[in-house]
Design a protein around this ligand. Structure first.
Ligand code: NAP
Length: 250
């Protein structure tokens, strides 16, 4: 029997990352569930996977901290001994502000977690998966946002800019490693009903935005997870550098 592939999901404890972790496990991946502060939520995801007969473990690491990213990948090495996929999902928003109100500390946090963290994690994954490094290939899915195209005026233009960086990371890295067995794609979720909005001080944002969505409703985390799992799968074997909008037409 061949060994099951291993997926690392950053921010796998809640929202979209949790839905990706659960669906991946149900499709035969062994899953490393990263979290930064909510251990209980991560353990619940791991328990649900194990109860369903899958394999998973939780790893605490702040993707805004370079040393913790390295330690997270080393923990996956020790626990599973291989890596076949990365979902760069961990990300944050902030309180609604105009650009003329933002300070450097806010921008530093946003970019460190959403951009630097994603690029460093992608690099660690490539070092393990690329055939250039002796790996057996693999796949990366970056979680961008429709904000990259819409700009999020008067809410968080800094967040939107961080997600535009994720789009560009996807295009550039996909081409850089395309001949090394590594596919790199991204999803741009629209308004998805998760706790992200409350963390940005707008708990009702998903419901409030529904009228602006052509489908007239927010999306669900599992609807994003379906698209992520497609891009991770062999069904997407000729797809790299693609960015898929999962946004109800927005
Ligand atoms: P969420 O419900 O707030 O969950 C965020 C997850 O990321 C949690 O698992 C959290 O861990 C983790 N996390 C946060 N900061 C982290 C850090 N510094 N290091 C490691 N993990 C960290 O968010 P979500 O809505 O699922 O969003 C997931 C991704 O989708 C983000 O990149 C977000 O920008 C993107 N997205 C979301 C929407 C939306 O409408 N929800 C739309 C477009 C794009 P803890 O549990 O430990 O806190």
């Amino acid at each position: 029997m061949t060994e099951a592939p291993v997926l690392l999901v950053t921010g796998g404890s809640r929202g979209i990352g949790a839905a990706v972790s659960l669906l991946a496990a149900s499709q035969g991946w062994r899953v490393a569930v990263n979290y930064t502060s909510n251990r209980q939520a991560a353990e619940e995801v791991v328990n649900a996977i194990e109860t369903a007969g899958g394999e998973a473990f939780a790893i605490k690491a702040d993707v805004g901290n370079a040393a913790e990213i390295v330690a997270m990948f080393e923990a996956v090495d020790r626990h599973f001994g291989r890596l076949d996929g990365l979902v760069n999902n961990a990300g944050v928003v902030d309180q609604p502000q105009r650009v003329d109100e933002m300070n450097a500390d806010r921008l530093d946090r946003m970019m460190r977690i959403n951009v630097t963290g994603a690029i460093l994690a992608a690099g660690e994954a490539v070092r393990r998966m690329s055939t250039k490094h002796g790996g057996r290939g693999g796949t990366i899915v970056n979680i961008s946002s429709m904000a990259a195209k819409l700009g999020s005026p008067s809410q968080y233009v800094d967040y939107a800019a961080s997600k535009a960086a994720i789009d560009t990371l996807t295009i550039g890295l996909a081409r850089e490693v395309a001949a090394e067995g590594v596919r790199v794609n991204a999803i741009r979720p629209g308004v998805i009903d998760t706790e992200l909005h409350a963390s940005g001080g707008l708990p009702d944002r998903a419901r409030d935005m529904a009228p602006s969505v052509p489908m007239q409703r927010p999306g669900r985390a599992d609807e994003v997870a379906d698209a992520v799992l497609y891009l991770l799968s062999p069904a997407a074997s000729y797809i790299t550098g693609a960015i898929l909008d999962v946004s109800g037409g927005r």
